[in-house]
Design a protein around this ligand. Structure first.
Ligand code: NAI
Ligand code: CS2
Length: 491
């Protein structure tokens, strides 16, 4: 394999042909800081950081990012040797494009650099703290949004507030430093796929800070936690992606991320410091909820349906599943007949057009978005993606056959065995618990009943005899006749 240069500031002086570069004097911008991001994964790099890079390119200060890796050391190793630089590979059915993002100054590793992390979060130049720590990173009960005090990291942080392990604990410790220094509070912006995400995060931080009444009250009065809806499909980067950039553009980038061209960011307009984001395409609105419900229930709800049914049918990617007989029609009818009636889009919003655009995005073969990746952490995702819709359907006495099939597919998935008995690598905080229930209940109906009793996932409102019967019937049919027959019957 030919030797190629690794992306770093020197590379920028000899730019690879065809690569979009940061359009600003980078070091002065980085010196001014502005943002700390907790959970520097693929999505932040392809979504928020690109908006921040646009703002720096438009001459705005205060949008340079210090990334915080909360667990592994992989991202610091990817980005710090590259002076924080990385590329976004935008893939569609047209010509790919590559853009180098310059707004990340460095990445700190919280477990080994906690003092430096807290110092940067408490630094007065840090006016914005953003988070993408996955749904499970909030250490909450997904069905209620309440703090899970039995979570090992939360139990640790409740007893060791000055040496936090969790993202919530880091926030509390940093906010306390600012409070005691008399500094202005930062904006804290959750960018995870959670419903009412700003309110949920605020409630969790207030719960964790209860042992320190002065801090608790200061947070309650001084810190804003805007709700947001975030949207860009950003699959995990594969070896083939790294090789593609190396071969096509002639440089190595350990921090490469790939994404679709589409990007959307809707933010609750509750702090003047957020206003510049509207200049680079973010929408600042009074009420995020209509946008959030549409996205979580239509996009993410369909994604999870495709993930579990697609995986069990042997489809490796979302686009493969969408191309399989019956799946496109299933997603059409799921969106139109089961989800859309539960939504309240803004006046004049073209909901059918939005849904059609989502289906086109799912058909983007260039993304190779793995069903297995989306299937991850279902216990943390299903409440906001399916159960709100299910509750609304029950309340209106309407059918929910596609939701029942999705729940049946998820319940099969988390048994750890597919419909042929082959093992599935289940990544989910409740994987062990689900496997126990599967082992204890060979019978579909009793297994479904046991699963619906998991109050961490299923609120009592959706644990009804009608739901149990429908999901059990769907699971029995899946096991007896397979995915294609079940999908075919729900056109
Ligand atoms: P990723 O796997 O690249 O990064 C996940 C980040 O979360 C890592 O920094 C990891 O250390 C951290 N994390 C994981 N478990 C944690 C825990 N228990 N406590 C604290 N931190 C934890 O994933 P990616 O693609 O960046 O997605 C992250 C989140 O962004 C998603 O869960 C979702 O909420 C949101 N998102 C992702 C989109 C995508 O297409 N990838 C699109 C829209 C939203
Ligand atoms: C996906 C989301 O992995 C998943 O659960 O459904 O990350 C999805 O790609 C984004 O929400 C799209 O905005």
């Amino acid at each position: 394999m030919a030797e190629v240069m690794r992306l770093d500031v020197d590379t920028l002086s000899q730019p690879p042909a065809g690569v979009i570069l940061p359009a600003y004097a980078r070091q002065p911008a980085l010196d001014r800081g502005g943002v700390v991001h907790l959970g520097l994964g693929a999505f932040h790099r392809a979504h928020q950081a690109q908006y921040f890079d646009d703002l720096l390119g438009a001459g705005h200060d205060g949008f340079a990012v210090t990334g915080i890796a909360l667990q592994k050391f992989d991202v610091p190793q990817q980005l710090n040797p590259q002076d924080g630089l990385y590329s976004v590979l935008s893939l569609s059915n047209d010509e790919p494009s590559v853009r180098v993002i310059g707004c990340i100054e460095r990445v700190l590793h919280a477990p080994s650099q906690r003092a430096a992390v807290l110092a940067r979060m408490a630094d007065p130049r840090t006016w914005l703290i953003t988070l993408t720590i996955t749904e499970k990173g909030y250490c909450h009960h997904p069905s209620s949004g309440a703090l899970n005090r039995e979570h090992p990291d939360i139990a640790h942080d409740l007893a060791n507030a000055d040496r936090p392990k969790s993202a919530l604990g880091l926030l509390c410790a940093a906010l306390d430093l600012r409070r005691r220094a008399g500094e202005l509070a930062p904006v804290v912006l959750c960018c995870d796929n959670l419903p009412n995400n700003g309110r949920v995060l605020r409630g969790l931080v207030l719960s964790l800070s209860e042992t320190n009444p002065a801090l608790h009250d200061w947070i309650a009065q001084q810190v804003s936690f805007p709700c947001t809806m975030v949207d860009r499909i950003v699959p995990a980067t594969t070896v083939a992606d790294f090789e593609y950039v190396r071969e096509r553009f002639g440089y190595a980038d350990a921090g490469l991320v790939k994404a679709e061209p589409f990007s959307q960011w809707v933010i609750e307009a509750c702090d003047q410091r957020l206003v510049p984001l509207a200049k680079v395409g973010a929408m600042l609105v009074d009420d995020v909820a209509p946008f959030e419900l549409m996205k979580l229930r239509l996009l993410n709800g369909s994604h999870s349906l495709l993930a579990y049914l697609g995986y069990l049918a042997g489809h490796q990617t979302v686009s493969d599943a969408m191309a399989a007989p019956g799946f496109g029609a299933l997603i059409d009818s799921f969106m139109r007949d089961e989800v859309a009636p539960t939504l309240a889009p803004p006046a004049g919003f073209d909901l059918a057009g939005y849904a059609s655009d989502l289906r086109a995005r799912f058909r983007n073969r260039a993304l190779a978005h793995r069903t297995w990746q989306i299937a991850m952490d279902g216990s943390q995702k299903i409440p906001q993606r399916w159960l709100g819709t299910l509750h609304a359907r029950l309340a209106s006495g309407s059918s929910f056959a596609r939701l029942a099939l999705g729940l049946a597919a998820w319940m099969q998935y988390v048994t750890g065995r597919d419909l042929k008995g082959e093992p599935i690598e289940v990544c989910d905080p409740l994987a062990a618990r689900c496997a126990e229930l599967a082992a204890a209940h060979a019978n579909a109906a009793s297994y479904v009943q046991a699963m619906l009793s998991l109050r961490d996932v299923f609120p009592a409102a959706v644990d009804t005899p009608a739901v149990g019967a429908a999901v059990a019937a769907a699971l029995e049919k899946l096991r007896a006749r397979g995915v294609s027959a079940c999908v075919g019957d729900l056109q």
